[in-house]
Design a protein around this ligand. Structure first.
Ligand code: Q9C
Ligand code: ZN
Length: 659
């Protein structure tokens, strides 16, 4: 099960033939530079190369009108003057004698990708295409777009492959109004877009790009707009919106296919977006979507106008689709006030439609927003003059770090009589374990550490953690006689030697003797920050509660904490289903460069296969129908989040009070 890559040099063969400042950034090099970066890094060789094809008339007509198609069909034969005139009826777009051919290839590329993924030829993939698509409408070209590649692909996936629900994630920095219009009354396609908006001051300056446009009729709730009202948004702002809006809703929606309008003008250095998220954020955005729809994800290029930033972002995306370890996102900063305001507004209008957002807070008072608009207007004038003076100031950022695949993906520490799942490397004890370590293990008063088996198990665990630290091993699973004791030992004796921050995720009833609970006020405060018990009334079988806890608490905490190791502990009788367990493992791989150690109890070996599968990077099966949450759980989680957001800024979903 591989990753498809679609590219054809032909799509570089059209360009702007006259002077138009609005269009000069959309250059053929966008595509060639992206592809060359994939070749140079060896990523393209690891993909399954799929050729594009031309979309047929019938396929284009799934989204566009006959009149429009007939109009575009004439452009290859037009003179320069005719082309200019044809172009004039649309906004921020240009035509060229070869653009119709390229537009058919771009749409056809998206369809080839959908075919490859839906038939199981590959797991996922990316199509590098020009022209982009998400601005084009039923009867209009717009914003460099001719045919709406992704919208056509969504209709095609439903019609040809029987997809019941399609999720479209548009992380391009512009609003894909064409996609919104296409599906606004259609509940089978959930469209999510974040976009630079600046209270409607930014192109395409549409009222309907705001957060309160949620779709129409039976499609109400299936359109999610997140307007960015300031430039300079960072990784933390993007991750917040994913954790607190997109991901919970996407899991509730339960798509059969995920399509990404993969524009990279939302990355740092882009002259259009003017945002500050780094290219490695796209590794995480991609990863966070890869366990939906059983892993069926098709990314189709949209915008991206800083060639350096674009090429790096494309590589990050493809490398993630290929399953390489995630880059560590160091110092994810708290979301800014403007982002929080957007987040709060979106959650409060969408909570009517998504049970998972039911407990979201109200919108900030109109007082706050109007004050902000006034402030923004005043700031804007200052900023505009400043910008004119500065001209286009060049942003610099470090090149993303290399993401090295460890020689061994997954390892196991097992009792001698337990079988090792396929694909895992079984660790055996060294003949003479480190004496210091042995004495330390023996000193522990826990029953199972004292005997020879205990020493063998714990020294193998130590080796495993050490090899994860040096990236010789990616992740691992251990079967131990007493998970609670093993967790304590790893946290207090083994892990602390090797990594400074361990994120311990304990599923089920925990019995941790919290070493910090000595009663002093300081320690109590620390305990409140670092010990976060989440109680679900129906236990881990409550899918909605579980998803709320994972996206509302665990992921944002993890991004802020930035651990060097994830210790996932499965308590006996936790009640967590296999699907959810696999989802959890998959999602946690986003932290600590994928270094996760799973501890399970020896008699809980039945879930070894799902665990191994998730550790090896196979996509989790989709969570089946979500149960309605018990009314109290969501509320309790929400209160917990409110309490903790004083310590953990990534948990914030509302503007600070008093603003
Ligand atoms: N300052 C895509 O990213 N406006 N299209 C240009 C120049 C049009 C962007 C204004 C931007 C269209 C696919
Ligand atoms: Zn764009």
């Amino acid at each position: 099960m591989g990753t498809a890559l679609i590219y054809d040099e032909e799509m570089t063969k059209y360009k702007l033939l006259w002077v138009d400042p609005a269009c000069k950034i959309e250059v053929p090099e966008r595509l060639s530079v992206s592809y060359e970066a994939l070749v140079r890094t060896g990523l393209s060789d690891r993909c399954v190369s799929v050729p594009p094809r031309e979309a047929s008339d019938a396929e284009i007509l799934l989204v566009h009108s006959e009149e429009y198609l007939e109009g575009v069909k004439k452009t290859p034969h037009m003179t320069l003057e005719d082309l200019k005139e044809f172009t004039l009826q649309y906004g921020d777009v240009y035509f060229h004698p070869n653009i119709y051919h390229c537009a058919k290839l771009a749409a056809g590329s998206a369809l080839q990708l959908v075919d490859s993924v839906m038939t199981g030829k590959v797991r996922n993939g990316m199509a590098l295409v020009r022209p982009p698509g998400h601005h084009s409408m039923r009867s209009a070209a717009s914003g460099f777009c001719v045919f709406n590649n992704v919208a056509i692909a969504a209709r095609y996936a439903k019609q040809k492959h029987g997809a019941k629900r399609v999720l479209i994630v548009d992380w391009d920095i512009h609003h894909g109004q064409g996609v919104q219009y296409c599906f606004e009354d259609d509940p089978s396609v959930l469209y999510f877009s974040w976009h630079r908006y600046e209270h409607q001051e930014f192109w395409p300056n549409l009222r309907e790009s705001d957060y309160d446009c949620v779709g129409k009729g039976s499609g109400a709730g299936y359109n999610i707009n997140v307007p960015w009202n300031e430039v300079g948004m960072e990784n933390g702002d993007y991750l917040s919106v994913f954790c607190h809006v997109l991901l919970p809703v996407a899991y509730e929606f339960c798509p059969d296919l995920v399509l990404v309008c993969a524009g990279f003008d939302s990355a740092i250095g882009d002259p259009e977006g003017e945002m500050c998220a780094t290219p490695d954020i796209f590794a995480h955005l991609t990863h966070l979507l890869m366990n939906l729809a059983g892993g069926k994800l098709c990314a189709v290029l949209e915008g991206g106008y800083n060639l350096t930033s674009l090429a790096q972002s494309v590589c990050q995306t493809v490398q993630t689709l290929l399953g390489d370890p995630l880059p560590q996102l160091a110092n994810v900063r708290s979301p800014c006030e403007s982002a929080l305001e957007s987040l709060q507004c979106v959650r409060s209008v969408q909570r009517r439609y998504w049970s998972i957002l039911k407990h979201a807070a109200d919108s900030p008072t109109t007082d706050v927003s109007t004050k902000r608009i006034k402030l923004a207007k005043a700031e804007e004038e200052k900023a505009e003059t400043a910008e004119e003076e500065r001209g286009q100031e060049e942003k610099v950022w470090p090149e993303p770090a290399e993401r090295l695949r460890p020689p061994v993906c997954s390892a196991s520490v097992l009792p001698d009589d337990a079988a090792c799942p396929d694909g895992l490397k079984r660790l055996v004890s060294s003949k003479d374990p480190e004496p210091l370590l042995v004495s330390r293990i023996k000193n522990r008063s826990t029953e199972d550490a004292g005997d020879a088996d205990g020493v063998a198990t714990f020294s193998r665990l130590y080796t495993l953690i050490e090899k994860m630290r040096t990236n010789e091993i990616g992740n691992g699973v251990a079967l131990v006689p007493d998970v609670a004791a093993a967790m304590e030992c790893v946290v207090q004796d083994l892990g602390s030697d090797l990594v400074s921050r361990v994120l311990v995720v304990c599923v089920g009833k925990e019995e941790l003797n919290c070493a910090t609970a000595d009663g002093s006020e300081d320690k109590q405060e620390q305990k409140g920050k670092y010990y976060i018990p989440v109680c679900l009334k129906k236990g881990c079988a409550d899918t909605v509660g579980f998803i709320q806890a994972v996206f509302g608490l665990l992921l944002p905490l993890g991004y802020e904490y930035d651990p060097g190791l994830v210790l996932l502990v499965r308590m006996p009788g936790s009640g967590v289903g296999d699907c959810m367990w696999q989802q959890l493992i998959g999602l946690l791989k986003g932290f600590a460069k994928g270094h996760t150690l799973v501890l399970m109890q020896t008699n809980d070996g039945a879930c070894m296969d799902p665990t191994a599968s998730a550790l090896l990077g196979h996509p989790a099966p989709p969570l089946q129908e979500l149960l309605t949450p018990l009314p109290d759980d969501g509320g309790a989680l929400e209160r917990m989040r409110e309490r903790l957001q004083a310590h953990w800024k990534m948990l914030q979903t509302t503007v600070s009070s008093g603003n």
